[in-house]
Design a protein around this ligand. Structure first.
Ligand SMILES: [Fe+2]
Ligand SMILES: [Fe+2]
Length: 170
């Protein structure tokens, strides 16, 4: 059985993952609106990944005989100044989530909940990948020049991204 302190913290994280999903779907809508379907596809897959993260915590709390209580999520940003500004916001969001996951790991250590530490180790590794993947797109945007043919070539490249099946936790 999971402690009530960790149960509450995981419930908060489920909402945080859902808020990330909502933000990336909002970014997908923005990219669609400026005719960059490849960037929109990339963000749509980010949305799916965040939904999978939320469900991973959801399933874990239930497996540990906890109780999932969902809270509300706030409105996502809808207007972005530029392609680069949207991507920078995505990176900042991932950095914030990494700090949240680290905090959860700290709480699970204090609570001596080793099973939760194993779960969170998966998320710690995942966050390294999440920060890298958005940083890669930011770098490629800079290399492309961020407009004209370079931007369209990058959009085509991002259109090719497909969702990968979630690896098992352990
Ligand atoms: Fe996530
Ligand atoms: Fe993420």
């Amino acid at each position: 059985m999971i402690s009530s302190k960790l149960n509450d913290a995981f419930n908060t994280q489920i909402d945080n993952e859902l808020a990330s999903a909502h933000l990336y779907l909002s970014m997908a809508a923005y990219f669609e609106s400026i005719s960059l379907p490849g960037f929109a596809n990339w963000m749509r897959i980010q949305h799916q990944e965040e939904m999978a993260h939320a469900l991973k915590f959801f399933d874990y709390v239930n497996t540990r005989n906890g109780r999932v209580i969902l809270g509300g999520i706030s409105n996502p940003t809808t207007d972005f100044e530029s392609v680069g500004a949207a991507l920078m916001q995505a990176l900042e969001n991932e950095q914030k989530v990494s700090a949240m996951i680290n905090k959860l790991y700290e709480i699970s250590s204090q609570e001596k909940d080793y099973a939760s530490q194993v779960l969170l180790e998966w998320f710690i590794t995942e966050q390294v990948e999440e920060e890298k993947s958005v940083t890669d797109v930011i770098d490629q945007l800079r290399i492309s020049g961020g407009e004209g043919a370079g931007l369209l070539i990058l959009d085509d490249k991002l259109a090719a991204r497909v969702s990968e099946p979630e690896p098992p936790i352990q």
